[in-house]
Design a protein around this ligand. Structure first.
Ligand SMILES: Nc1ncnc2c1ncn2[C@@H]1O[C@H](COP(=O)(O)OP(=O)(O)O)[C@@H](O)[C@H]1O
Ligand SMILES: [Mg+2]
Length: 310
């Protein structure tokens, strides 16, 4: 491979972490400092796509406003041979991948994971940003249960006053399994929209199952709009009544019936046990077969890309 293909600006590509629908995520080393970063690079076929470039720039605008240990840091936006974001490198394992091996992969440290995820969202909301794509794929988790929120592609500034009145209907965006009714209906969204989606995430973390499934995309959306809110206890009877009630309240159809803020959520959550009996750590850790960050002398490109888009 030629030198130019191995580099984007000063960043030497070390390993492909993941290929999504629009971007590749690479582990890379900055030549001068020898520091390691994650690069979110637009796919070759989209490198001149205005819309995708703008989304990436938008993600930079959002992320540079956020400085919290619970949120992935963004270093810069660059256009070398391809548009890209330079990000702090962290555990590449997202919650969805962990859940795929079963909820027990995280259950033994779920209180920490939930608290950390909630703190990331809380912080984002204090900066008046709404994430709008809260789902397990967009939280990175480390072996120690440290969580960082990622992917601000469709995040928006919270609308207040006149902004709420003159809200323009945009394309409904989000991920169907986790979308709040007001997001589906393209109404004004606020932090309670993220609280709904986060409720769906908690449901899945506690049970290994998404709260609603449908035979068709529309069927699924309709369930978010009108099906009765399921209890996580149905799929896991080790979940406490208090936690189940909290999750159900987050998934209320009307924003007014949900906890009003992540602060309120955290206050209640800190006084509640998730499980009746504390789950044990599985014998084989999900962090062992899903190699997290490798040693510097192990920087050869291995295996193919993992594409686990919905
Ligand atoms: N900073 C990072 N460090 C390590 N892995 C990351 C990082 N950012 C993203 N990833 C990996 O790449 C995946 C896709 O990133 P994301 O920003 O969500 O892109 P997309 O817009 O394609 O969903 C994540 O789920 C994670 O596995
Ligand atoms: Mg994502």
């Amino acid at each position: 491979m030629s030198k130019s293909r191995d580099f984007l600006g000063p960043y030497r590509l070390a390993r492909l972490i993941r290929v999504g629908s629009t971007a590749e995520v690479w582990e890379a080393i900055e030549e001068n400092s020898q520091e390691r970063f994650a690069l979110k690079v637009l796919k070759e076929s989209l490198k001149a796509n205005r819309e995708e470039i703008n989304l990436l720039k938008h993600e930079y605008t959002v992320a540079k406003d956020l400085a919290s240990p619970r949120i992935i840091k963004v270093v810069e936006y660059r256009e070398d041979s391809r548009p890209m974001l330079v990000l702090e490198l962290f555990s590449e394992l997202n919650m969805k991948q962990a859940l795929r091996t079963g909820p027990e992969s995280l259950a033994f440290m779920l209180d920490k994971i939930v608290e950390q995820s909630a703190e990331g969202l809380y912080y984002m909301h204090t900066k008046n940003w709404i994430h709008l794509d809260v789902k397990p794929d967009n939280f990175l988790v480390s072996r120690e249960g440290v969580v960082k929120l990622i992917d601000f592609t469709i995040s928006e500034k919270k609308k207040t006053g006149l902004g709420r009145m003159f809200h323009r209907v945009k394309l409904a965006k989000g991920t169907r399994s986790y979308m709040a009714p007001e997001q589906i209906r393209r109404k004004v969204c606020d932090e309670r929209t993220d609280i709904y989606s986060f409720g769906c995430v908690l449901y899945e973390l506690a049970t290994g199952k998404v709260p609603y499934t449908g035979d068709t995309p529309n069927d699924l959306l309709n369930k978010h709009l009108s099906a009765s809110v399921p209890s996580p206890i149905v799929h896991n009877d080790n979940v406490t009544r208090e936690f189940a009630d909290l999750v159900k309240s987050m998934m209320a159809k009307r924003p007014d019936d949900r906890p009003p803020s992540m602060w309120e959520f955290l206050k209640v959550f800190r006084g509640v046990e998730i499980f009746k009996k504390r789950p044990r750590a599985p014998e084989v850790s999900v962090f062992d077969n899903n190699s997290s960050i490798r040693a510097p002398d192990d920087m050869i490109r291995k295996g193919g890309p993992i594409d686990d888009q919905e």
